[in-house]
Design a protein around this ligand. Structure first.
Ligand code: NAD
Length: 460
């Protein structure tokens, strides 16, 4: 009998169900079934694979309300966010349903014959998902992987398996053959590690913490296994004095507190050109009044709870010591419900020391630091003074500066006069210790296929 994990609602701390956790034997059996399903799946004609992915997208579309309600209950996401997430899965599937018929190779001019390239699928792909965006992050892996002709075993995070399990069922209902997409709830140290060590798994896609990502990369080296890593972040939101300060300040809460700050792209370091620091702080304080923390089922709520008691404790340690005394420079805070639920109020810090842990470490909660900078070079220096390089924003009306600073910041996803990070049609991934490889966008299938070169001699 598999051990069973109890799943809690983070807004109420009440149990909402149990999920069997796969052990080593079940993991090996699922990988074996995925390996058996691979030869037939790669042979499915491109137009038929496209049709199956469109049917899967339609099944997700029909289930948006159910999937969103599950995520509200399991992850504490606001209903608006959860509906967006389920819709994102549908859209990612639809986008990559066009890929099987467009995954074209090259014909390269050579002497003595014809040279052509093919994209061959890898085989079984293992996808390891974190708890912060359970649905989209799963789909960013499985949609292009399946489109390229691979079969997939997918491990959701221990805390948030419910929507992934439902997506696996919807795939089957849509006609995706048995063994092509298997969702396997289980522990990272059991199921996730087996994806790394099992020779039939030919690629691991990991999204999660940098610490675990390093371990996975090292483990994959043993078999020269392909790996994509989407890891942590501590992104900079750079506000120049010439920008529309009202717009820039109004975007800070969304950029930092979306999903209660449990967002790898959170713009958790706000850098403000010194002469407008006070003005931006005043605008931010009033923008904070629009952050409504509470019951995630309520359409008016903009921020829910943190995922777990442990996460709340980890976040709180950046702000308070064990006796409730502030250990950081708290400028102001919003409010949060008391009573059951893993609540933490949106918090703005103005750290005076550049090495303050709240300013250097990924907090993964609703805590944002605001610091001044002196000029463009200083802004770039502070923005790049981080082990991470995932996303960020630049606010300015000077188009030359917007481009100069965008090119100078070492991060994979930047927005000018915007705090949006992710679009399924554009590449997503990190510089430095934020990751390795790219997901999404028009080239995503390249990460799920090998290029094969074939030369055909035409000499008589
Ligand atoms: P985590 O690293 O603890 O866990 C992520 C996943 O890895 C979970 O499914 C977990 O079970 C599994 N895992 C844990 N140990 C493992 C091991 N030894 N071998 C294989 N798998 C293992 O991360 P988390 O706490 O779930 O998520 C938060 C982190 O994820 C943050 O650092 C955040 O920045 C990062 N994240 C990054 C992105 C991105 O796209 N760059 C997106 C979301 C989250």
């Amino acid at each position: 009998m598999s051990p069973v994990r109890q799943i809690l609602n983070p807004a109420t701390e009440e149990p909402i169900g149990t999920v069997p956790m796969a052990g080593p034997e079940e993991t090996d059996a699922a990988i074996a079934r995925a390996a058996v399903a691979f030869p037939a799946w790669r042979q499915v004609a491109p137009a038929d694979r496209a049709l199956l992915l469109r049917r899967f997208a339609a099944a997700v579309d029909a289930a948006i309300d159910d999937l969103a309600a599950l995520e509200v209950a399991n992850a504490g996401h606001t209903i608006a966010l959860a509906r967006w997430e389920a819709g994102n899965v549908r859209d990612v599937l639809t986008y990559y349903s066009a890929a099987p018929e467009r995954h074209v190779g090259q014909q390269i001019p050579v002497a003595g014959g014809v040279d052509i390239t093919f994209h061959e699928p890898l085989g079984v792909v293992g996808i390891i998902v974190p708890w912060n965006f359970p649905m989209p992050i799963a789909a960013w892996g499985f949609a292009p992987a399946l489109a390229a002709g691979n079969t997939v075993v997918l491990k959701p995070a221990e805390l948030t398996p419910l929507t992934a399990v439902r997506l696996g069922e919807l795939a089957l209902e849509a006609g995706i053959p048995e063994g092509v997409l298997t969702v396997l709830p289980g522990k990272g140290t059991v199921v996730g590690e087996r994806f790394v060590t099992h020779p039939a798994v030919r690629k691991v896609v990991f999204t999660g913490s940098t610490a675990v990502g390093k371990r996975i990369m090292a483990g994959c080296a043993d078999q020269v296994k392909r790996v994509t890593l989407e890891l942590g972040g501590k992104s900079a939101n750079v506000i120049f004095a010439d920008s529309d300060l009202g717009k820039a300040a109004a975007a800070i809460p969304d950029g930092a507190f979306d999903n209660a700050g449990q967002d790898c792209c959170a713009r958790s370091r706000v850098l403000v050109e010194r002469p407008v620091l006070d003005e931006v702080l005043a605008l931010l304080e009033s923008a904070m009044t629009s952050v409504r923390v509470g019951d995630p089922r309520d359409a008016a709520t903009t921020m829910g709870p943190l995922i777990s008691a442990g996460q709340r404790e980890a976040v709180a340690r950046f702000v308070y010591d064990g006796d409730g005394r502030a250990v950081a420079d708290v400028a102001f805070q919003g409010s949060a419900p008391s009573g059951p639920g893993f609540w933490f109020p949106p918090t703005v810090l103005t750290p005076s020391a550049p090495d303050s842990p709240a300013f250097t470490d990924e907090i993964f909660g609703p805590v944002v630091c605001v610091v001044p900078f002196d000029d463009e070079a200083d802004a770039v220096r502070i923005a790049n003074d981080s082990a991470y390089g995932l996303s960020g924003s630049i606010w300015t009306r000077d188009i030359g500066r917007a481009l100069r600073v965008s090119r100078a910041i070492d991060a994979g996803n930047l927005s000018v006069n915007s705090h949006a990070s992710v679009r399924y049609s554009t590449p997503f991934g990190g510089f430095k210790q934020s990751g390795f490889g790219r997901e999404l966008g028009p080239s995503a299938l390249d990460a799920f296929s090998e290029t094969k070169n074939v030369f055909l001699a035409t000499d008589a």
